[in-house]
Design a protein around this ligand. Structure first.
Ligand code: SAM
Ligand code: SF4
Length: 329
């Protein structure tokens, strides 16, 4: 740990989440409005060359784990070519992707071949109609195909379910039951206010209610000690192949050991989902700044990481309303 650059709370800089696009083929209602989405100009997105350069710089600072997210990574043209080049960067031990799975299934064997280490699949229900209501698109079968393809390929799989009062509470237990026979971690996530519409927000179903709901049907849930740097409180059930996780993403119980850095699709560096950005990397990548100068700027930016997401939100000039797709969830 001592070899890593750390922030003022001693949290090591070793994990980067990179949004490869803000575009998406779904319209999940907790993430973006049905219509009128303000996608950024293509020229304002980081290019793959810029992302590769940035990744090398982050690796030189100690980053050894990267997660590619978005928007939907698989809708960006030539994402596979980019991945192939990314996997050649020395020093990255873990390359993970978060995807909705809508167009990913046929590429999964290829991902295994080039060394992608884990996939988070977003799936909020096992009911096709509810899936269509939540995502406003008809890709349930394709998402399930991706689920099975990832398991078959032997890539580490987590499923992310955003839990929403009045939308998918009845899915909590069926989703947890996936862990009985499949080697999957099913993670229940509190809904956050990043829905792109800026509506006033109060959480309906928090981590405590999620746990209570699970325990009603699965009283044998046993907690695993919380690991620093992670976000999920995990549980096992004796005899089950997979694990269950609860992420208090809105309540923010895990921030103390959070060392994530995010780079948005437009190259804004964020120390926290809830902050407004600490450094415009896109500008530095195009204004002739050397790698060394960018390294120093990243270190200075990371040093400003606040204690937790509550402080990060309080320090904002405007209230949270952006779409998660523009941040990289
Ligand atoms: N399109 C990809 C996907 O859906 O997996 C990657 C990007 S998406 C923004 C990343 C994660 O953020 C997904 O698991 C999604 O469920 C989650 N997410 C999006 N909006 C959210 C919100 N308002 N609250 C909680 N999680 C959210
Ligand atoms: Fe797209 Fe992912 Fe947002 Fe859903 S959560 S709209 S799949 S970016």
């Amino acid at each position: 740990m001592s070899d890593f650059f750390t922030d003022s709370f001693g949290r090591p800089l070793n994990y980067l989440r990179l949004a490869v696009t803000d575009r998406c083929n779904l319209r999940c209602f907790y993430c973006m409005p049905a219509e009128g989405i303000d996608y950024v100009d293509r020229k304002d997105l980081l290019s793959y060359e810029e992302m590769l350069r940035l990744t090398r710089i982050f690796v030189s600072l100690g980053v050894n784990k990267i997660r590619l997210t978005g928007g939907e990574p698989f809708v960006r043209r030539n994402f596979y070519g980019f991945l192939k080049r990314l996997t050649k960067i020395e020093g990255l031990d873990k390359i993970a992707i978060t995807t909705n799975g809508a167009v990913a299934s046929k590429h999964i064997p290829f991902l295994k071949e080039i060394g992608i280490t884990s996939i988070n699949l977003s799936l909020d229900t096992l009911n096709k109609d509810r899936y269509t209501q939540i995502t406003r698109r008809d890709f349930f079968d394709q998402a399930m195909e991706t689920y099975h393809a990832v398991l078959a390929a032997g890539i580490k799989l987590s499923v992310n379910m955003v839990v929403m009062e009045g939308k998918n509470i009845e899915d909590i237990v069926p989703m947890a039951m996936l862990t009985k026979n499949d080697n999957v971690t099913v993670r229940f996530i509190e809904e956050m206010p990043f829905n792109g519409i800026g509506a006033r927000y109060t959480i309906g179903f928090n981590h405590k209610k999620i746990l209570e709901t699970l325990k009603e049907d699965l009283p044998e849930l046993a907690p695993i000690p919380f690991k620093d740097g992670t976000t999920a409180q995990e549980y096992t059930i004796d005899g089950y192949k997979g694990k269950i996780g609860i992420i208090a993403a809105y309540t923010r119980t895990f921030c103390g050991s959070c060392n994530r850095i995010r780079v948005t699709a437009t190259g804004e560096m964020k120390n926290c989902l809830y902050d407004q950005g600490v450094l415009n990397l896109k500008r530095m990548l195009s204004d002739g700044s050397s790698d060394q100068m960018i390294c120093e700027a990243i270190k200075a930016g990371y040093s400003k990481k606040l204690k937790d997401g509550r402080e990060a939100e309080a320090a904002r000039m405007t209230s949270v309303s952006e779409s998660m797709s523009s941040i990289g969830g």
